[in-house]
Write a protein that binds this ligand. Structure first.
Ligand SMILES: O=C(O)CCC(=O)C(=O)O
Length: 263
């Protein structure tokens, strides 16, 4: 992974604006794999949504891609150079909270295109949650690049839509770029006015003591633990699991399900 900002540049922008773009961070071959895989994931996710009668407001959005397609685990494997940046935000360790994605098209809109923030309880200066968005196509003014309201992580109130759209900027960057933002920032997916899909995946991260939206270690299997790179194991949440038996609870520090360094 290639990082276009130094840690200091990143930290300054995160503090002041609440968001940054790391331009063309992900290698083109991996971007292409992830883009193809999102179409396959949509087939799987939409079939279950249809079956369970909840396919209303989630058009072309997909969820919990880790374990569905290998390219997303491969992406986490490439993230090692980014670890100090995300640890700087969290002031310590962090884990994956969710890993979804969206295929934004002219024909269909989704909930992500409303002005929103992804943390239901405003957390102020406490870094509980961090959004990222990996651009799988070029993000342009016309194809729905995300609207971001700079500095809006500093206030709890929701801005009126007119104020939001008058003052926000779009996150415009080439495919492979990563938009990173404080989850208190108000934002909205843009409208795609082109005939080509604008695809993205949106891994979100949290402090290790927060419950993941999906139990990734259990979904992948606890026996995977020794096969994963140390930073991948950390991100997926293997170092912050909840024991379910006394056998799992009574373990020496190096084997504990919730490790002592997780905060
Ligand atoms: O698709 C987008 O541009 C926005 C994504 C979004 O709102 C989110 O990840 O919370």
């Amino acid at each position: 992974m290639k990082l276009s900002l130094t840690l200091d540049q990143y930290a300054d922008q995160m503090r002041d604006r609440g968001w940054v773009i790391l331009e063309e961070a992900v290698a083109p071959a991996l971007v292409e794999k992830m883009a193809n895989d999102i179409e396959r994931a949509w087939d799987v996710c939409s079939a279950i949504m249809e079956k369970n009668g909840i396919a209303t407001d989630a058009d072309l959005t997909v969820h919990h891609l880790i374990g569905q397609r290998d390219s997303y685990l491969e992406f986490i494997d490439t993230m090692e150079p980014l670890m100090p940046y995300l640890e700087h935000y969290f002031e310590g360790k962090f884990i994956l909270n969710s890993f979804g994605g969206a295929i934004n098209t002219r024909a269909r809109t989704s909930y992500a295109q409303r002005v929103h923030r992804d943390i239901r309880s405003y957390s102020g200066d406490m870094p509980l949650l961090l959004n990222t968005l990996v651009m799988l196509d070029d993000f342009t003014a016309d194809n729905g690049a995300t609207h971001m309201l700079s500095g809006s992580h500093k206030a709890e109130e929701k801005p009126a839509d007119e104020v939001f759209y008058a003052s926000s900027e779009q996150a415009i960057a080439p495919a492979g770029s990563i938009l990173i933002f404080n989850s208190n920032v108000w934002h909205a997916g843009g409208d795609n006015r082109t005939d080509t899909a604008r695809r993205s995946v949106t891994p979100m991260y949290c402090k290790p003591f927060i419950k993941q939206q999906f139990d990734y270690p259990r979904a992948m299997g606890y026996d995977m633990i020794d096969k994963l790179k140390p930073h991948t194991r950390q991100i997926l949440g293997y170092n912050a699991r909840v024991p379910a038996t006394l056998e799992e609870w009574y373990q020496p520090p190096e084997n504990r399900m919730y490790r002592g360094d997780q905060g």
